[in-house]
Each structure stands twice: as structure tokens, then as C-alpha cells.
Write a protein that binds this ligand. Structure first.
Ligand code: KG4
Ligand code: ZN
Length: 408
């Protein structure tokens, strides 16, 4: 089975091609075009800019992915049946993506349909304009190449990244159910009880989620207020790693662990960010010559503050996840999403789950942040597990972006 997968829910344009045979797999292409530099000056993702960049990136990425996978067959004299009516429909599919329309039409007119079986695309949750660009792109190529489309939930795909294992795709039962899944990214922080991959076989139940900022978002906002750059997660992690425990103790920053003692599965990170803001305002903002407030903080203090912030997030995430695992007699804990790339969080999750005698699963670091391999994986499991495979396949006419899609 060959799946071409597309991901544009946030600020990464990603395309992958996954080939599977029995439970062996080959990643024929795995491309991510990051927009980090474009969003960096704003300290967060700007949806309209994300959409513009997806429109620009998608066709070149598709060509590169097909080249890498050896599936690119250029043909300048390509005979396309019902040429005019076909491209009229293509125009209407990409009516709202003018830049994409130009590039893609040119490409489709000169290239044969590749030897793939399915197109998988993220339909939600995510930033609406960004999602639509990927969805319209999938519709367009699905229509011209006559390939069925598998709509994918981005959160389920983050979870599915855990089933990838050195050349072999895990059998679903390799990760014992029920599992508690913690999905921590820039857009989401959710604790999910998983009984199986999605419907109709049992699916997921959201136990709790953040009431305000996502964990990754908190990293990004704190980095912004400390003038550290974007995305904040990796930058704060590097700073935090530079400080020794001893130095940290001397500086003695104490930030809150929001909601840690509440017996629910919800989170709140905006208060933690505000606590950092107050601390900075109180101790480290001083007027410059022009009277404007300027951050005056030593490197060590900054590193210690990053370490304390990171630890506060980790403490809450581990405590809530283990509480859920205990309550629901989970046989596995699965952690995924961009924040799961954090080394300190990974180490501390390993130690805590070992102590609690529960199996822990973490994706490879490069498959924690947004990518299209996880989208292809989610499609693979959806197609393989579903008794009614046809119900998972949609025609280009049937799919739409759903910014607030919930996992179930
Ligand atoms: O999953 P992802 O790529 O996109 C969303 O679906 O949101 O997650 C991106 C988020 C960003 O907020 C980023 O700061 C955070 O993941 N992140 C990290 C690390 N790497 C990425 N947070 C903490 N530590 C990291 N090493
Ligand atoms: Zn994500």
C-alpha cells in the first residue's frame, strides 16, 4: 500500500509517502518545510501567513517527494481526457488558493498520475485557513489523479506516531490498551483515554484538556516575554539544560504548578506564564535611557528561570498523566506532540512511569513535532483496522476542513 500524506494544520507544510507491505514499511519521502522564521517576529503563528506559505510550498514539496520516491513521471505531451472540463473543475476546487492553482495546474498538466493508492490529509483540528489549503490541495490532486482520500485527525496522527518502530509497524496490540495518551503541542494539551484506534472499534475519550493555553504555547509565550525567540520550546530547553541543580537552588525561583492537586484531568498554563511575567516585571525590568522598560537579567538567572518554568510544566504533565493512568488502570502511557520532543520531559516521564510500573511510549523526536509521516500512519491504521475500509475512504467532494474537530 502506498499513501501520500499531507499536513498543513499549523506552520509546517509537510508531505510524506509511506509504503507498507505486511507490517514492514519504507518511508519513501518525508519532507517538512518549516515557516518558523516567518512567524518568529510575531512570537507565534499568524494564520493568514501560514496559509500563504502553504500555498507556496505545497506544489514544490509534492514534486520533490515524488522525485525522492521515484514516482515522478514527467510527460509534456500528457493526454488528459476531457481536458477543458477537468481543469474547469480544478479551478473551482482551488478557487480560494490562487497561488496554489497556478503552480499545481502547471505541474498536473505535465506529469502522470503517480503509483499511489491513497491520499491522506489532515482535516482538523488546526488553524482554519491553514487546514483548508492542505484540504483543497488534496481534493485537487485526488480529483485529477482519481485517488481516494483518507481524512485524518491531527491529534490521532500525533498518537499514531508511536506505532513506528525500526522498519516495522507495530501491531495495534503491541501497545497494550487501555492507554492514557498525553498530547502536548503548540495548539493542544489533552489527556485521552484510548481503547483502540478510532471508530468503529472503540476509539478515544477526552478526559481533560487545557482550559487556556496549550503547554507548547506557554513555552512560546514565556520565550517571547524573555526575548528569547520562537519557537520557545527548544530554546527554553537548551537554556534550562545549561544550569546545574545547585545553581538553580541558589537562585530559588518558585513558580506555581497550576491545577496539580485538582482531581480532574484539566490543565491551565496561562497563569504560569503570568507568574513569569510578574516575576520579570518585579525584578528584571528596568527603564533604559529613554525610559522604556528593558530586560536586565544575567545569563544564569535567565537559565534558572527557564529551568524552573520547564520543571513546572513537566511536574503538572507527569502528575496529571499518572493520576489518569492509575484511575483508569491504564496498561500504557503514550506521550506525543511537539512538547514530547523535550529531553528533560522524556527523561522524567521514563523515570516516573518506571516507578509506577507502567509501559511508556514516546515517538522518535523528529516525529513529535508536526510531520506528514504521522498522517500517513494514521491513515494506514484507519484503513487496516476498519472492518469497513470503504467507510474511511472519501471522494474529493466529501472532505472539508474542521478547525475544531474532536478526537472520538
Ligand atoms: O506538534 P507541534 O509541532 O505543532 C502543533 O500541533 O502545535 O508542536 C509545536 C510546539 C511549539 O509550541 C514548540 O515550542 C513546542 O512544540 N516544542 C517544544 C520542544 N520542541 C517543540 N516544547 C518544549 N521542548 C521542546 N524541545
Ligand atoms: Zn501537531
Amino acid at each position: 500500500m502506498r499513501i501520500l500524506a499531507i499536513e498543513t494544520s499549523c506552520d509546517e507544510t509537510a508531505i510524506s509517502i509511506l509504503e507498507t507491505k505486511n507490517n514492514q514499511y519504507k518511508i519513501l519521502a518525508d519532507l517538512v518545510s518549516s515557516q518558523m522564521k516567518i512567524h518568529a517576529p510575531f512570537g507565534g503563528v499568524v494564520p493568514s501567513l501560514a496559509r500563504r506559505e502553504h500555498q507556496k510550498n505545497l506544489t514544490p514539496l509534492l514534486i520533490e517527494a515524488m522525485e525522492k520516491a521515484n514516482l515522478l513521471k514527467k510527460n509534456q505531451e500528457l493526454k488528459i481526457k476531457n481536458y477543458d472540463s477537468k481543469f474547469k473543475i480544478l479551478n473551482s476546487i482551488l478557487e480560494r488558493e490562487p497561488n496554489l492553482l497556478k503552480d499545481l495546474t502547471k505541474f498536473l498538466k505535465s506529469c502522470e498520475a503517480p503509483d499511489i493508492d491513497y491520499i491522506a490529509v489532515t482535516v482538523g483540528p488546526g488553524l482554519e485557513p491553514a487546514l483548508w489549503t492542505g484540504v483543497n490541495f488534496a481534493k485537487a490532486i485526488g480529483y485529477v489523479w482519481k485517488k481516494p482520500i483518507v481524512p485524518i485527525n491531527h491529534i490521532e496522527a500525533h498518537i499514531a506516531a508511536n506505532w513506528l518502530k525500526n522498519n516495522i509497524l507495530r501491531q495495534t496490540q503491541d501497545i497494550k490498551m487501555p492507554a492514557i495518551c498525553l498530547v502536548v503541542s503548540g495548539g493542544h494539551t489533552q489527556l485521552i483515554l484510548m481503547n483502540d484506534f478510532g471508530p468503529p472499534t472503540g476509539g478515544y475519550k477526552i478526559l481533560g484538556e487545557t482550559r487556556d493555553d496549550a503547554a507548547g504555547e506557554a513555552f512560546d509565550k514565556v520565550a517571547k516575554l524573555l526575548n528569547l525567540g520562537y519557537p520557545g520550546g527548544p530554546i527554553i530547553a537548551v537554556r534550562a539544560a545549561r544550569i546545574t541543580n545547585h545553581e538553580s537552588q541558589i537562585m530559588n525561583f518558585e513558580l506555581p504548578r497550576p491545577m496539580i492537586n485538582q482531581k480532574n484531568y484539566d490543565f491551565s498554563f496561562s497563569g504560569l506564564k503570568t507568574a513569569v511575567l510578574y516575576l520579570v516585571k518585579e525584578k528584571y525590568l528596568q527603564p533604559n535611557k529613554k525610559g522604556r522598560p528593558k530586560l536586565k537579567i544575567t545569563k544564569n538567572e535567565l537559565n534558572a528561570l527557564c529551568a524552573e518554568f520547564q520543571q513546572a510544566v513537566i511536574d503538572v504533565l507527569i502528575s496529571k498523566t499518572l493520576h489518569a493512568a492509575k484511575t483508569f488502570n491504564a496498561r500504557s502511557v503514550i506521550v506525543s506532540g511537539g512538547v514530547a520532543a523535550n529531553d528533560e520531559l522524556r527523561e522524567q516521564f521514563v523515570a516516573a512511569t518506571r516507578k509506577a510500573k507502567i509501559n511508556l511510549f514516546l515517538p522518535e523526536k523528529k516525529y513529535c513535532t508536526d510531520n506528514a509521516v504521522m498522517i500517513a500512519l494514521a491513515a494506514y491504521y484507519a484503513l487496516n483496522l476498519s472492518k469497513n475500509k470503504k467507510s474511511k475512504l472519501k471522494s474529493w467532494k466529501q472532505i472539508k476542513a474542521e478547525a475544531n474537530l474532536r478526537i472520538r
